[in-house]
Design a protein around this ligand. Sequence first.
Ligand SMILES: [Zn+2]
Length: 366
Amino acid sequence: MIWKGIVGRNFTPDAFREYVAGLTWGEWQPEFITLHHTAVPSLAQRPNGFNNASMSGLERYYRDEMGWSAGPHLFVDDQPAGIWVFTPLTTPGVHAKSFNGRSLGLEMLGNYDVEDFDTGRGALVRDNAVAAIAILSNALGVDPDSMMCHRDEPSTSKTCPGNNVDEVAFIRAVKNYMGWVVVTAPGGNMNQQELDRGRERLPIFQAAADAYRWPEELEAVMFKIIGSQWMTWMLAAIDSRESRFGLALDGDGLGDGGHGHGEMQIDDRSHAVFCASGRWRDLSASLEYVHKNVIVPAFNYLGDYFSLFGKDYAALFRGAIAAYNCGPGNVRKALEAGQDVDARTTGKDYSADVIERAMALKEALG
Ligand SMILES: [Zn+2]
């Protein structure tokens, strides 16, 4: 058995994101991530987490005592730079029999059959593990729902990663870290009247969505997050946010003190010619207009600042949605100032709210 060697470096979540962005995935592409706890050592046995000596000790254990070709990929502790890369991420590791060929293995320091996972040091380990899995899921285009606990492996009787680890809550935290708001109540805050109007308009949103040509990388990641016809749900969600499919408009189809025109609330101060044409009364025409003049230009503009989005296509797209409300320049400035992508939008929640609506509409009408 040839030992594959270890990386033996530790990272903060931000540094880990950069590290992962610099990796080249070759023949082996992990399909999901398997979550473990170390059990031994427990948190109590490692009051200061891991260090270089513990990595050497783990290497001796897996290589010399177990006689394996590799160990798990990641060890995570409760320290600020608590994401330790052990087995190189681009090669299969050894951590869970039938999952080894298809998954990355992440070991959380602690024994979560007895130690607390929701408070204190356990919660810090959890937060680092959530960050590492979110970053890897983004980089690999892996659906966070595909994550497995070791105990899900058919051939094991272990409780790993511990009975105190709630898999559903953990995956929800991963999705939140990825920047996607998770809908807990299908339908969100939309009432039946609004949902009915959304359903009536679905063919219009579908036709408008089909006219877009997005980069394959964006298609792939959005498909993983929202599912098929994701752009249809996004356009419907913008309409919902802007005008509740027209319910929030006055008798003339106007909103925002008379400046917002039609269900998509196209503003006459920025789009005077289109608003004067009266074509804004037609939803199809409005969707075609914002496609060419608002959404795609914002996406392209923000694409020139891809590194502000961590070179993450889903984050870039979210920026373009925020730009629908506050303009791409304001999105760029917010990110350059270290603020949230929605910091300069109305209610400071525009893209988060639109995504929540998209998921709720898909849930209710899909
Ligand atoms: Zn395990």
